[in-house]
Design a protein around this ligand. Sequence first.
Ligand code: 13P
Ligand code: SF4
Length: 375
Amino acid sequence: MGGSGWGSLRYIKRFANFGKNYYNYQTQAKSRVSPTDSTTHSIQPTTQPTTMFTTAFLERDATAGNQVPDNLYEAIAALKEELNAVILAHYYQESEIQDIADYIGDSLELSRRAASTDADVIVFAGVHFMAETAKILNPDKLVLLPDFNAGCSLADTCPPDAFAQFKAAHPDHLVISYINCSAAIKAMSDIICTSSNAVKIVSQIPQDQPIIFAPDRNLGRYVMEQTGRDLVLWQGSCIVHENFSEKKIVQLKIQHPEAEIIAHPECEPPVLRHANYVGSTSALLKYAQASSSSTFIIVTEPGIIHQMSKQANDKTFIPAPPTSNCACNECPYMRLNTLEKLYFCMKNRSPEITLPEDIRMAAWRPIQRMLEMSA
Ligand code: 13P
Ligand code: SF4
């Protein structure tokens, strides 16, 4: 380990002051609003959002008091040119946003796009940690998020103060954090990973190096299974992926015996047990295209089905049902972004993502390591 410096004490010590900086900053910041406050979804985040860094927080609805143009598509295209902006969208965004985006991708692909863009402005149609990652990689660019309340339940399960204590209790451990976490958690991490490279990254760490894996316990368990490594897991999870019903998925499979079940690794082990294939959103999309099967049960946020249907329109994609009859297989955070809010964030140059420079720098290193290790 010493040669690579990943888990060195020097590196761990460098971040000992982060907790302090984070709290100072946080006391100035207001809490974001839970998406359940402004939508009809019945699920609740496990904790209140903690990923709060921006100074450009809008308390009002981003579209309030603003005139929606007759042709939103043309208006967005005009603003894109005026700002020299690039629009990056995650697969869980509503179809209209995916259709207007310059690039659609999973977290890793969007991070790579953010790292390589020569646009002046990045409009990130995704959730806060994704836009924050783009800002970490592009300190001099304006990074906009259509709805500032678009957080992530998984990121919120890992508050920096508690994580700092957890890390302190495992002083010899290397910290590998899933990208679904706040900049403060990234700043306390040695390497970031996404669902598409977690196995690859963990496999590159020497066998005798103990590892903390945070914040998603389900992805962590999946990586343990795939690599045979013993990881110390932070017990975080995603409200969307934990909500898929194993029973209803099995019933669907009985109705459609020809269907392949494809699932995101944020799902719980009993659900993943039934999957023919497990992968990131992009990996699921590629698998569905390449497979000779004609029917798939999709065990992740159903926003991805828009691209699946576009790229393989002769195939059938069945969204896996959640445990109750709510729409809670849709991510309530991702779905806060709308085409109107995307237009207004470009028009108003707000909400903007901003970060204290020391935290940004510390969070940049583990992201950079991820990009190098997964190249
Ligand atoms: P991907 O990296 O697979 O796009 O997943 C991101 C995410 O938030 C899944 O819930
Ligand atoms: Fe976060 Fe889950 Fe939404 Fe992904 S689906 S952004 S992990 S809340």
